[in-house]
Design a protein around this ligand. Structure first.
Ligand code: UGA
Length: 432
């Protein structure tokens, strides 16, 4: 099929590339000419394992193109995917400005029947609005379908090529049939439902996963007080198939561009119909508080943090990505600076992005390696579970630090490793 993806962010770019990989003719459009030039020059604007290889391959095969010419790309397409951002407004609601603009642009560019698919995460009812916008501006036939995206950053290519499920929200049988056929090479687990249910499935899924994380983080906080080990508790719970073992890793809470944004948006969606989503409000509150446990543990160990040198390992919101949006490290470093500490920070990939969005004190020292960040520190905080940190020789680490205090915000190290290296070690929800 001929497919056009509008928006070359995570969702648009990865989906477009993966659909070219399974044999479709794909055009990716973005109004940001800089991005298009980068992609045409063989550079990839995001860090995502395996993506560059697939781009090079499919561009070479003539199945993948990048352009800022939307009209021409819509003309060529059987299916047009909308994959532009829906950032949060100050009140938490999703900002639909970009979606609405793209809907107008598509309508004005139509030259025959098109299926318009919304991949962006949008509040319930948005696809009806898109339909209304398009029908006002064109007399060509079209259908609007919701196919929410479930890929994770860091494993986006794998998640897209091997999804757990595909949800197709369509009120048109013809469009649903075309899209089932398009997705069939990826999985048999395809569910066709109404548009509004598909929109809700996306928010409900992210809210549920965020709830699992805040739940296990609170269990971890209790474990610390009663002398239990949250990793064992999560393992034991996970054997129950009804609970499942994933997303029960305690730590310093979730970050990223999705869970924080989508939980706030769902609270707003509920609020707009006079429903107070109390559980989800607590999930958000617990998550915000969880990151500051790192500061509490530092104070418990070092006392006043004024003038203390603190090393930070990991700035990205999770490993294998350079994304620092809503990363716990942003708040943690701000709090450390406010307390008068000297901060030395390191991340394998996300350093540059972090410096761009971090509006804190520029006295932060940006270290060139994990060991550099730890050298002469009074304490070291691990905030992102990059593999690089797991493989460090703890005995060597101990020798270069001023004091052997290690705060492991992601429960990366085992008791045996720590005991051998004789660190003063604090993790999350495990006995010290
Ligand atoms: C999340 C969802 O997992 C995807 O299914 C969804 O498509 C995506 O949001 C989206 O809406 O676009 P992502 O934000 O890339 O994906 O990252 P996750 O791997 O889900 O991790 C989110 C955060 O939760 C990270 O900060 C991670 O450290 C944290 N987390 C995750 C935990 O603290 N504990 C866990 O057990 C799992």
């Amino acid at each position: 099929m001929n497919l056009t993806f509008i928006g070359t962010g995570y969702v648009g770019l990865v989906s477009g590339v993966c659909f070219s990989e399974i044999g479709n003719q794909v055009t990716c459009v973005d109004k940001d000419l800089g991005k298009i030039e980068m992609l045409n020059n063989g550079e990839v604007p995001i860090y995502e394992p395996g993506l560059k290889e697939l781009i090079d391959k499919n561009k070479g095969l003539g199945r993948l193109r990048f352009t800022n010419e939307l009209t021409e790309a819509v003309h060529r397409a059987d299916v047009v995917f909308i994959a532009v951002g829906t950032p949060s407004l100050p009140n938490g609601e999703a900002n639909l400005e970009f979606i609405e603009q793209v809907a107008q642009d598509i309508a004005l560019a139509m030259n025959g029947y098109k299926v318009v698919v919304t991949k962006s995460t949008v509040p319930v009812g948005t696809n009806d609005k898109i339909k209304a916008i398009i029908s006002q501006l064109t007399s060509h036939p079209f259908d609007v379908v919701s196919i929410p995206e479930f890929l994770r950053e860091g494993s986006a290519v794998k998640d897209t090529l091997h999804p757990d499920r595909i949800i197709i929200g369509s009120d048109s049988e013809q469009a649903a049939r075309m899209l089932v056929e398009l997705h069939h090479p990826l999985t048999d687990q395809i569910m066709v439902t109404e548009v509004r249910s598909a929109e809700m499935i996306k928010y409900a899924s992210n809210a549920f996963l965020a709830t699992k994380i805040s739940f296990i983080n609170e269990i971890a906080n209790i474990c610390e007080k009663v002398g239990a080990d949250v990793t064992h508790v999560a393992q034991g719970m996970g054997y129950d198939k009804r609970i499942g073992s994933s997303f029960l890793q305690a730590g310093i809470g979730y970050g990223g561009s999705c869970f924080p944004k989508d939980t706030h948006a769902l609270i707003q969606i509920a609020g707009n119909v006079d429903y107070e989503f109390k559980l989800l409000k607590s999930v958000v509150e617990v998550n915000q508080g969880q990151r500051f446990n790192v500061i509490a543990k530092l104070k418990h160990s070092l006392g006043d943090l004024k003038g203390k040198v603190i090393g930070i390992w990991g700035l990205a919101f999770k490993p294998d990505t350079d994304d620092v949006r809503e990363a716990p490290a942003l708040d943690i470093i701000s709090a450390l600076l406010e307390a008068g500490a000297v901060v030395k920070a390191y991340d394998p990939i996300a350093m540059e992005n972090f410096r761009k969005v971090f509006e804190g004190d520029e006295t932060v020292e940006w270290a060139g390696s994990a060991m550099d960040a730890a050298e002469n520190c009074d304490a070291l905080c691990l905030l992102t579970d990059w593999a690089e940190f797991k493989n460090v020789q703890l005995s060597e680490l101990r020798q270069i630090m001023n004091q052997p205090v290690l705060i492991d915000g992601r429960n990366v190290f085992t008791k045996e490793q720590i005991n051998q290296a004789e660190f003063q070690y604090y993790s999350i929800g495990r006995p010290q």
